[in-house]
Design a protein around this ligand. Structure first.
Ligand code: SF4
Length: 280
C-alpha cells in the first residue's frame, strides 16, 4: 500500500501543497535508451518543478505521479537498499541521475536518496552524470569533489529572463541561482555543462547568444536541443528551416565565444571520448 503524506515544500517561488507517496521498488538502475548513458537512476517519480514543456510525465510509469504532474511525488523508499545489491552484480558504466525527474527537487532535501545513491555509485567506480535545475546539488559538493574524475554536473538553462522562467518553469529555482551554482561547481574543478534547451520558437530562441556568452564566461560546455513535442502543445512550433538556421547561429556563437558545443543527439560522442579513460 502506498503511504500518503501531505507535505508542504517551501521553495523560492511559492509554497506548494505536495502529496508524497512512498513505494518499494525491485530495481534501482534501469538500462538507458540514451546512447550516452548505460543506466538511468530516478530516485523519485514525479517532479515538483512542473516545467511546461516537460515530457518526463509521458515516460513515468507511476500513474498518479504522471497524471498529477508536479503535485504527486513518489519516493522510492527502499532504493538505497536495492542499489547496494545491484552495484555488486551489474557491469559498471555511466549512470544518468536523473532522466525522468529532477534529482535535486525539494523532497531530496529531507529524503537524501540522490545523495546516498551518488555515494554508492561513485564509491563502486561507476561514472555519474547529473542533470538538474537546483542549487541543492551544492549540498553534495563534498561527494562530488572527492570523486571529481568520475562525475559531471549539467544545469539546464532555458532562459535568463524572469518572465519566461516563470512561464516555462514555475516551480523550479530561477536562472540566477542555477548559474551561481554552476560557477561554484566549476570553481571546484567539477566537469560541468550547461543544457540549453528546449529552445522554443518565439519563447526563448532569441536568447541563445546571451546564454552562450554566459557559458563562455563560466568556462563550461554547452549541450543544446530544440523543443520536442512528445504530444505536448505549447502552441509554438518551430519548423525545420527555423531550427536549421537557429542551430547555425548556436554553433557560430559557440565558436566565437570559444566553447565546446554540441546537440543533445550528439552527446554520446562526447561521452565516448571520455570512455577511453580506463575506469571500467
Ligand atoms: S525539472 Fe525536468 S523532470 Fe522536472 S518538470 Fe522540469 S523538465 Fe520535467
Amino acid at each position: 500500500m502506498d503511504q500518503e503524506v501531505l507535505d508542504t515544500q517551501p521553495d523560492e517561488v511559492e509554497t506548494l501543497l505536495i502529496v508524497l507517496k512512498e513505494i518499494d521498488v525491485k530495481t534501482a538502475l534501469s538500462k538507458s535508451k540514451l546512447r550516452e548513458l548505460d543506466y538511468s537512476l530516478n530516485p523519485y517519480y514525479g517532479c515538483q518543478f512542473s516545467c511546461l514543456y516537460c515530457y518526463a510525465r509521458k515516460f513515468t510509469p507511476h500513474e498518479e505521479a504522471s497524471n498529477r504532474w508536479g503535485e504527486v511525488i513518489v519516493v522510492k523508499r527502499n532504493l538505497v537498499e536495492v542499489l547496494l545489491k545491484e552495484v555488486q552484480r551489474v557491469r559498471r558504466g555511466t549512470v544518468g541521475l536523473s532522466t525522468i525527474t529532477d534529482p535535486y527537487q525539494p523532497v531530496e532535501g529531507s529524503r537524501l536518496l540522490t545523495r546516498r545513491s551518488l555515494e554508492i555509485l561513485l564509491s563502486k567506480d561507476f561514472r555519474v552524470s547529473i542533470q538538474t535545475k537546483s542549487p541543492l546539488v551544492l549540498r553534495d559538493l563534498d561527494v562530488l569533489v572527492r570523486h571529481r574524475e568520475r562525475v559531471d554536473v549539467g544545469f539546464t538553462v532555458t532562459t535568463l529572463r524572469e518572465e519566461v522562467w516563470r512561464r516555462l518553469e514555475p516551480g523550479a529555482p530561477g536562472p540566477k541561482a542555477r548559474i551561481e551554482a554552476l560557477k561554484r561547481l566549476r570553481g571546484e574543478g567539477i566537469d560541468t555543462w550547461l543544457f540549453m534547451g528546449p529552445v522554443i520558437r518565439g519563447m526563448n530562441d532569441g536568447e541563445v547568444r546571451d546564454i552562450i556568452v554566459l557559458a563562455g564566461e563560466i568556462g563550461t560546455r554547452i549541450v543544446y536541443d530544440k523543443f520536442n513535442e512528445y504530444g505536448i502543445s505549447l502552441g509554438l512550433r518551430g519548423d525545420k528551416g527555423w531550427w536549421e538556421a537557429k542551430e547555425r547561429e548556436i554553433l557560430r556563437s559557440c565558436e566565437e565565444v570559444g566553447i565546446e558545443c554540441h546537440s543533445e543527439v550528439e552527446d554520446w560522442i562526447h561521452e565516448e571520448r571520455r570512455r577511453f579513460l580506463p575506469l571500467f
